[in-house]
Structures are given as structure tokens and as C-alpha cells.
Design a protein around this ligand. Structure first.
Ligand code: PEP
Ligand code: MN
Length: 349
């Protein structure tokens, strides 16, 4: 249940609402907005009627959230969540879609990473991605350079001004990762690692949460809910394709419809990852465009300075020249879509 307080509600009014809810064993989060105070109450709604709360002084409205993902739902927050970084980059709402690019794994060759980072910066991209701790199907495959990779990401970020993203697989590594990067990623394989979701819920960095390999949209949003419930509201969802019966031509089935569906039911930003979504270089450009057309707030793409010799996901990684060529076209599209997005939110310059 959500309790919206009157503009004129006093501190005593708010305290009383909290008191009554806690007496009925609700967990309460008080959000002090600029105009209204909104109270999120989690508990057994049969133990108290909304009417009992409405009757308290200073209460404007009591809303019952229909969706099981309560914090992430549109019912709770009708306006889009916009996540803002210190350098002014924003994700979500009417903001220009962001580009997150880089190799699957950060490798031993700093110069290779630097080439990707400088190309990305020049093309107006906002984020550099790269795995330091890699979730690999086989234990014999490259597992990531860990802290050394984090150092490389930080160095590339210092040299270009790009923000950085890397995956966390174990909460024991979280503090170390947070000390180097701007955004932590929960990979598809860990979407329902609830202890890890709880840990990133308690960290102070935005989180990119990737959709699980066989997860429904509801499970996806409930995974985001775990992070939010534990205190971190800065969640960016990422559609990266799901397993289905047909993997003849594509690595996964990229569920493009999930973007407008999620936009309808949730206020959280959502990006697309056509690299893992399709596993095919030639499909990156069309699926990037498709994702943007249906409203994605950003795109994550794997780019490598030498894909043929990449230590992971070389087959789906774009070589730098191909990426540059594609971005020249995608940037034009982004410009146009950004204008439309702004018009929709009636925020045109
Ligand atoms: C990745 O982004 O490098 C990755 C491993 O992605 P996913 O979790 O979507 O497979
Ligand atoms: Mn990869």
C-alpha cells in the first residue's frame, strides 16, 4: 500500500501514520518528496483496511498496488525514473538513449581497450563496458582478469571521461568493484541470485540488471524489486534475449516486445543488448535500431579491437571500423528519436 500525504501534512501526521502501520507489523519507507511525502508500506494488507489509514489526519490518498513488483511498478510512480550521473549523463524518461560499448572481457592488452574507448567517446557514447569477473559456461574458458581488468577500466575512464560498467558475480567482490566502476551489472545467469540482488540493493552504485535466460517479464521485474526493496532504486533493466526452441540462427531470442511491456508496467529505465540477444554481428545494427524504435533508453554493444582473437564472445563483437560505420547511422536515428521522446514528455527546448 502507498500512502500519499497532503502537502500540508505535519510531521506529527506522518509520524502517526507510520505508528499505526508499524503497530500492524508493516515495514515502512518514508519518501520525503519536494511537495508530497509518500509512504511505502509493506505487510499483510488484511491486517488493516485502507479506509482506516485514509481516516488519519493529513492523508491525501491510499493506493493499493496491483502488481507484485510494487516499488518497480507504474502504479506506485507514474513518471519515468531518470538515473543521473555526476558528469551529467542521464538514463531514462525523455533523455537521449545512451550507448554502452566495449569488449565482452577486459583483456591483457590495455591498448586494445583504449582503442575501443576512444572510438566510443568520439562517437558520443556514454559508457565503456568490459567484464572483469566472467560468468563462463565452461570452467576451462577465460574467467576474467579481475582487479587488473578493473584497473584498466578505470584508466580508460580517466583518459576518456566515459562512465564504466562491469559485472559482479559474487557479493564478496562488490566493494572492490564499486571502488573502480560507475555501474555494476548483474548478469543473466545471476538474475535470481537473491543474495547478490540483496547485496547490490545495499550498494550505492546504479545497477544494470540483465534478464535471466529463461525468465518471464514478471520474474525480471521481481528481481528488480529485490534490489529496490533492499534500498537501491537506481535499477536499469536490460533485455538481452531469452532461451527458446530455435537457436539455429541466433544465440537467443531477443524479446523486443518486452521493452514496451516493461514501459507500461514499470517506471524503470530499460536498455537492450543485441550482442547477447542475437550472438551475430550482422544482427547488431537492425536490433539496435529495433530496440530504440520501441523505446529502449539505451543499448549495450560488444565491440573489440580484434574480435578474431577475443578471449570471449569474439563472434558477436563488432570490430571498431564496423562499429564506427554503424554508429554514424544509429546516431542520426538517436537524434530523431530523442526529439520525439522529448515531444512526448512535452519538454521541447
Ligand atoms: C555480458 O554482458 O558480458 C554477459 C555475460 O551478458 P549476459 O549476462 O547477458 O549473458
Ligand atoms: Mn559477452
Amino acid at each position: 500500500m502507498i500512502i500519499v500525504m497532503e502537502k500540508s501534512a505535519s510531521k506529527e501526521n506522518i509520524k502517526r501514520v507510520v505508528e499505526v502501520l508499524t503497530e500492524h507489523e508493516f515495514r515502512v519507507i518514508v519518501n520525503q518528496g519536494e511537495i508530497y511525502t509518500v509512504i511505502d508500506a509493506f505487510g499483510d494488507k488484511t491486517s488493516i483496511t485502507p479506509g482506516r489509514i485514509s481516516a488519519l489526519d493529513g492523508v491525501k490518498e491510499v493506493k493499493i498496488i496491483r502488481e507484485p513488483f510494487r516499488l518497480a511498478s507504474r502504479d506506485r510512480k507514474s513518471e519515468d525514473t531518470v538515473i543521473e550521473f555526476e558528469n551529467g549523463v542521464k538514463i531514462g524518461g525523455a533523455c537521449k538513449p545512451v550507448m554502452i560499448v566495449g569488449p565482452c572481457s577486459v583483456e591483457n592488452d590495455y591498448d586494445g581497450l583504449k582503442q575501443v574507448a576512444f572510438a566510443a567517446k568520439k562517437l558520443g557514447c556514454e559508457f565503456l563496458r568490459g567484464g572483469a569477473f566472467k560468468p563462463r559456461t565452461s570452467p576451462y574458458d577465460f574467467q576474467g582478469y579481475e582487479e587488473k581488468a578493473l584497473k584498466y577500466l578505470k584508466r580508460a575512464s580517466d583518459e576518456t571521461g566515459l562512465l564504466t560498467v562491469t559485472e559482479v558475480m559474487d557479493s564478496a567482490d562488490l566493494d572492490l568493484i564499486c571502488s573502480y566502476v560507475d555501474v555494476v551489472q548483474i548478469g543473466a545467469r545471476n538474475m535470481q541470485n537473491f543474495k547478490l540482488l540483496k547485496a547490490v540493493g545495499k550498494c550505492n552504485k546504479p545497477v544494470i540488471l540483465k534478464r535471466g535466460l529463461a525468465s518471464t517479464i514478471r520474474e525480471f521485474l521481481l528481481a528488480a524489486e529485490h534490489i529496490m526493496y533492499n534500498g537501491n532504486e537506481r535499477v536499469i533493466l536490460c533485455e538481452r534475449g531469452i532461451r527458446s526452441f530455435d537457436s539455429t540462427f541466433t544465440r537467443n531470442v531477443m524479446d523486443i516486445a518486452s521493452i514496451p511491456v516493461i514501459k507500461k508496467y514499470s517506471h524503470l529505465p530499460i536498455i537492450v543488448d543485441p550482442s547477447h540477444g542475437t550472438g551475430q554481428r550482422y544482427l547488431i545494427e537492425p536490433l539496435t535500431k529495433a530496440g530504440l524504435i520501441v523505446g529502449a533508453d539505451g543499448v549495450m554493444i560488444e565491440v573489440h579491437h580484434d574480435p578474431e582473437n577475443a578471449l570471449s564472445d569474439g563472434k558477436q563483437s563488432l570490430p571498431i571500423p564496423v562499429f564506427i560505420d554503424m554508429m554514424n547511422r544509429v546516431n542520426k536515428m538517436i537524434e530523431h528519436l530523442h526529439y520525439e521522446k522529448k515531444c512526448l514528455s512535452a519538454d521541447v527546448d
